[in-house]
Design a protein. Sequence first.
Length: 414
Amino acid sequence: MSEERTTVAISGGGPAGIMLGLLLARQGVEVTVLEKHADFLRDFRGDTVHPMTLDILDELGLIDEFDRLVRGRMRAVRFATTDGELVHQDLRAVAPRGARFAEIALAPQWDLLNLLVRKAEEYPGFRIVMEAETTGVLRDHAGRVRGLRYRLGGEEHLLHAVLSVAADGRHSALRDEIGTGVVELGSPIDVLWFRIDRREDEPTELRGTIGRGGGIVAINRGDYWQVAFLVRKGTDAEIQAAGLPAFRERVGSVAPWMRDRLDQLRSWDDVKLLSVTVERLRQWAVPGLLAIGDAAHTMSPMGGVGVNLAVSDAVATANLLGPDLLRAQRDPDRFAKVLNPAILDRVQRRRQLPTTLTQRVQVLGQDQVIRFTESPEGRPLLPPAPVLALLRGPVSRMIPRVFVYGIRPERVAR
Ligand SMILES: Cc1cc2nc3c(=O)[nH]c(=O)nc-3n(C[C@H](O)[C@H](O)[C@H](O)COP(=O)(O)OP(=O)(O)OC[C@H]3O[C@@H](n4cnc5c(N)ncnc54)[C@H](O)[C@@H]3O)c2cc1C
């Protein structure tokens, strides 16, 4: 067993953990990020980088490099049903005054994470350990968290730290160490996730439609579409029992443009079920341990906002805690005893409102989508004219303000 020391130990190398590591290292704070996988190449990662995050990348001087990773750009938010358009909102028209970006950039998340790691490694205080799985916390005699335990290459390691951060996503084992329970908002949807070839002449934008039987979101990943097919929660066994040909037919009826390729789904191994949950911790911190990103609040894929909120949490954390952490680096005991419990709650106070409001809108949106997908045959999918006017008017303007520009967007303080 080895023992090491750092100032901040971060569990999880997702958008929240890597961005926090970069920002703290940039301020001179020593950080170690533990990531259980060997790389960032995973299919289920979100790819939508919204203006609230583009601004942050710009502030960090990374926007030109990021631009080279972008595979598609969305300049409007559009929700369509198989019977016609519900919402179509040009982003420029609802951008807050002075907004620099009016597009959602589609870039594979592993490319974004690799870029952030490269930048972070320019700072001497940054360290990332891949294939390092957090297994628990270290506590002092008073029960305060003073670091993390992790497993690497079959061996146990102890990482002593002034502050430990749970940024290890919605299945974070560290949630139990905070121990105050979650507020569950429920979710009526699950996602069936698969790949289909993409032709070069096809649109680069994200393609989404809701139809009877499911909702579809296809994300451009260069030579293939990463497809999310939204269905009612708990119906996957029923869908499998009906057989793959019936599933292909169901997908094709919502997205006829991919019908000619659906034979690429050869077995159920090609279709993965991703369970959707929307929930948040009642309390994000206990002395010595703070949760951010999905570990603090699991987001639905609705609106493609989870990555962006995770990054915003990281920026808020670095802004609010960075200066104290720098002081703590010089005198860890004083920090742990005097400052630490008092300041960690600032992060939740700052980020609770955007999280709660975004989750509420996601839940409303999910309920609506599932209602459309279950519309009886013969009834038009588009709602009556007054509701449609509301959707195309105020709702159209509100959606991008919440999901794209963000409620209380964060700026890198220094
Ligand atoms: C089907 C689906 C589609 C989605 N699509 C989008 C989208 O298009 N756009 C969007 O913005 N959001 C999307 N989201 C939401 C988004 O994925 C999350 O909100 C976001 O990834 C949260 O970032 P995070 O850094 O908090 O956690 P994560 O991205 O979950 O990262 C956590 C990291 O911690 C690591 N880890 C876990 N346990 C341990 C451990 N014990 N030790 C060490 N490391 C560990 C994991 O390997 C991972 O790298 C989607 C969600 C789902 C379910």
